[in-house]
Design a protein around this ligand. Structure first.
Ligand code: CTP
Ligand code: MG
Length: 400
């Protein structure tokens, strides 16, 4: 969609956080939702709404990746893109974005990249309120939970939720007001509206959107991934009692000769030759994924983790099993148990068998996993040490 840019509006997309609560290996904005990163998804919403400048605030060292994402999302509007380096707090990152505003910008929208699925309509509502004269505008959602006031462990009151709203982004500001409020800020505030309020300005609200939720935890990430790639609906074969457990089988083979150290059964094996393959070549984890997907009738590993998915490049067992659990849950199954056998001359499994079972079980939300290992008396490709093979059987139990 090509929209005529509205002069005077800039969007600052803050993407410089590390994502501590997500516990990912890469900064949060660069975690994949499908074949695209969180940042790239966030920028799609940004570029679907009219603006005259888009400033991406990237983590130090990631400016080039941010520029690639931004230019791809911008299409024929790539002239609008500026990338700057963020700071050690969100507020410092916003300040870095403010410093990069072009001279003719009059309105500034500050947006969290972590709210990757924010629809363009929210941007439009915020911009419209600014053009109508508001100095500061925040998209808000009603609070659905009952909120309790605590003193230590004791409940001392219930806050009337009718008077509460949850704040989202993009938050919009008249440029001069935002610049002056930031210049005055002498402490860290939780968001930009709070910086403005501290400087004595009234901030108004517009309706937010449930899709603008912030990706903070692993559960949020799974929710976002499910929203961008919905799980195909499963139809149980006729006559199948809905509550019968179902079994599935999975096998996988990988050759030695990858880069780095060996990852197998969810464990790193220092000093052992790595397996080759997209991701880390963990044949044990991949066989388990296939067995679980087969049991639930959800296709196989190629259906959900194709080699065209960069987010699984170099990924370890946990990422695969985590996503598989979410797919199963969505389709109405939990894991009963898993039994997997690995055929390999190396590494020697016996000393770390219990550790492997614990790691795989943890990645499957605590479901029991048995790991057994065997050599093949020197026969075949596993016996000669060319590679490893894994065979898994899984049982899943319907939850509805
Ligand atoms: N952010 C930023 N610079 C920082 C910290 C945060 O640009 N120094 C950005 C994040 O990239 C995110 C937004 O501010 O888009 C909201 O922050 P949050 O969700 O807390 O992200 P993180 O700080 O990365 O996550 P965590 O708090 O779990 O570490
Ligand atoms: Mg944070």
């Amino acid at each position: 969609m090509s929209i005529v840019p509205v002069p005077r509006v800039a969007v600052i997309v803050v993407a410089a956080g590390s994502g501590t609560r997500l516990e990912s290996d890469v900064p949060k904005a660069f975690v994949g939702l499908d074949e695209h990163t969180i940042l790239r998804h966030a920028l799609r919403g940004v570029f679907d709404a009219p603006s005259a400048q888009v400033i991406v605030v990237a983590p130090a060292g990631r400016e080039g990746d941010a520029l690639t994402d931004a230019q791809e999302a911008a299409g024929d509007r790539r002239d609008l893109v500026t990338v700057v380096t963020g700071g050690s707090s969100r507020q410092a990152s916003v300040a870095a974005g403010i410093a990069a505003l072009w001279g003719d910008i009059e309105y500034v929208l500050v947006h969290d990249a972590a709210r990757a699925l924010t629809p363009p309509e929210v941007f439009s509502r915020v911009t419209a309120a600014l053009e109508a004269g508001a100095p500061g505008v925040v998209p808000v959602m009603p609070v659905v939970d009952t909120i309790r006031q605590m003193d230590g462990d004791a409940i001392v009151g219930v806050v009337d939720r009718a008077s509460l709203r949850a704040a989202q982004t993009p938050q919009g500001f008249a440029r001069g007001v935002l610049e002056r409020a930031y210049a005055l800020a002498d402490q860290e505030y939780t968001d930009d509206a709070a910086v403005l309020a501290a400087a004595g300005h009234t901030v108004t609200t517009v309706a937010g959107d449930p899709a603008a939720f912030k990706i903070t935890t692993r559960a949020d990430l799974e929710r976002a991934r499910t929203l961008v790639s919905p799980v195909p609906h499963v139809t149980l074969p006729a006559g199948d009692s809905p509550l019968s457990p179902r079994v599935g089988i999975g096998t996988d083979v990988h050759a030695f000769g990858g880069e780095g150290t060996l990852w197998l059964a969810g464990l790193e094996w220092p000093g052992e030759t790595a397996l080759s393959g997209h991701s880390d070549g963990d044949a044990v984890a991949h066989a388990i994924v296939d067995a679980l997907l087969a049991a639930a009738g959800l296709g196989d590993i190629g259906t959900h983790f194709g080699t065209d998915r960069p987010e699984y490049d170099g990924a370890h067992a946990e990422a695969f099993l985590d996503r598989t659990l979410a797919l199963l849950a969505e389709a109405g199954f939990r894991v009963g148990n898993v039994s997997v056998q690995v055929q390999a001359r190396r590494p020697r499994f016996a000393p770390r068998r219990a550790e492997a079972e614990a790691a795989l079980s943890r990645a499957l939300g605590g479901a029991p996993v048995s790991v057994s290992a065997t050599t093949t008396d020197g026969l075949g490709f596993t016996g000669s040490g060319e590679g490893v093979a894994a065979y898994a059987v899984a049982m899943v139990v319907p939850t509805r």
